[in-house]
Design a protein around this ligand. Structure first.
Ligand code: HEM
Length: 401
């Protein structure tokens, strides 16, 4: 039974990987014929933007110019061409205002194909801005600096904790008797998800923050190739993460349901730093917070917004604003999730003696079970939970109920 579940899960992961390959290698839908944009807008060969682009300002703003015709802002392209041949500013002004032209692309596939540029938006206290530019400002001025600072603060807090208090050690000697904590199926689900998460987190961090700490070290050529490779890995790992997240949620939900002592555990911080930890079942309240907040809520938001950016969420109209909102939601949820899982990874490795062993081998020592999850240990001892849930192990290695 256990083997069959494991096999089905591994096949699902494989299929998810293939779906990722599909997403990553498929080119965006291309029209069979070049799209035409016409109507009120006359196509023009020359764009007015200054060479090198313009940083953070409205390039379509009509600036008063004493030497110009006072009516120049109302001129049509034809009128302007008579006085200044080759100057098609009127057309670009309309483009910049978000005027909808004609496009041969179907509306259902490309709802905004007739708009070369998103319309202007105006936020209280600021001048009108192109919506794409507004999104860029939010990304560069808020998400990147505050998101980066948050991750550095979490990393610093973990380092302070580790170097100040050290890792959480067992208080009694190990007995040598082992209890099965995770079945092969549970471990397989966990490690598939963890691997995909680490790939997604590292590639995401390099894509968002790499230009600050890697670009100066490795130069543009190498950094370009690295981000290109990581971006493709991100596309492959995304679907694997989505499928394994679902399996993780279903597998662990039962033991993460709220229980009587959880509030007490949270109020006392689990007694993690004292001699005796607060009693808990198979998972303590801290783990339950990570499960519901990090795995369930943030995981679902991250997956849904990621699928939206892949244009895979049914029922959404894929306009530029949809992508911008999905991107911002994805970034915020990811930063919080990465912060939360930095703590989880710390406690699952160097932060707590014996925890990693449980997820690596599937077994924990009886002392570890009693000191960290006493109610679960009591259930095992009383025979309410089998100490061995998969294939039988030698009697000397399991707790005698
Ligand atoms: C390299 C990364 C990771 C490491 C080293 C790691 C380590 C561990 C360890 C040692 C445990 C066992 C804790 C115990 O026995 O109570 C555990 C449990 C668990 N981990 Fe991870 N983990 C990693 C990433 C992840 C990720 C990315 C997720 C989900 C998004 C995740 C979800 C879980 C869940 C659901 C449990 C069961 C405990 C609970 O439900 O709260 N882990 N992990």
């Amino acid at each position: 039974m256990e083997r069959a579940r494991l096999a089905i899960f591994l096949i699902a992961i494989g299929l998810a990987g293939l779906a990722g390959a599909q997403t990553s290698t498929t080119q965006p839908t291309q029209p069979t014929q070049p799209a035409q944009v016409s109507g009120v807008i006359t196509p023009a060969p020359v764009a007015p933007a200054a060479a090198g682009g313009i940083q953070g300002q409205n390039i379509f703003e009509v600036k008063p110019d004493a030497s110009a015709d006072p009516n120049y802002a109302r001129q049509t392209n034809g009128e302007r061409a008579k006085v200044q041949p080759g100057n098609n500013a009127p057309m670009w002004r309309q483009v910049g205002l978000g005027v909808t032209g004609y496009s041969s692309l179907p509306k259902s596939e490309a709802p905004e194909a007739g708009n070369l540029i998103q319309p202007f938006v105006q936020y209280p206290g600021s001048r009108p801005t192109n919506a794409g530019e507004a999104w860029r400002q939010v990304r560069n001025n808020w998400l990147i600096p505050y998101g980066g600072a948050f991750l550095l603060i979490v990393a610093g807090a973990i380092a302070l904790f580790y170097f100040g208090m050290g890792s959480i050690k067992l208080h009694s000697a190990e007995t040598g008797r082992r209890i099965e904590r995770f079945t092969p199926f549970e471990r397989s689900a966990h490690w598939s998800n963890a691997t995909a998460f680490v790939i997604l987190a590292i590639s995401g961090i390099v894509m968002a923050f790499g230009k600050f700490f890697l670009l100066p070290l490795m130069g543009g050529m190498l950094f370009g190739w690295l981000t290109y490779a990581l971006k493709n890995m991100h596309n492959f790992a995304g679907p694997v993460f989505a499928v394994s997240l679902l399996v993780i949620i279903v597998t662990f939900v039962r033991d993460n349901l709220p229980a009587k002592g959880d509030l007490n555990w949270l109020l006392k911080g689990g007694g993690m730093l004292s001699e005796h930890q607060v009693k808990s079942g198979r998972f303590n309240a801290g783990e339950k917070v990570v499960f519901w907040g990090g795995v369930f809520v943030l995981g679902v938001i991250v997956v849904a917004s990621g699928l939206a950016m892949d244009k895979l969420l049914p029922g959404l109209s894929y306009e530029r604003s949809t992508m911008q909102v999905a991107h911002m939601v994805h970034s915020v949820a990811n930063i919080l999730m990465i912060g939360m899982f930095m703590l989880h990874i710390y406690l699952g490795t160097i932060g707590m003696q014996g925890a990693y062993q449980g997820m690596k081998t599937g077994y924990v020592d009886e002392t570890w079970a009693r000191e960290h999850h006493e109610l679960w240990y009591d259930d095992v001892k009383a025979g309410r939970i089998p100490a061995q849930r998969t294939e039988p192990a030698p009697p000397s290695q399991t707790v005698q109920a």
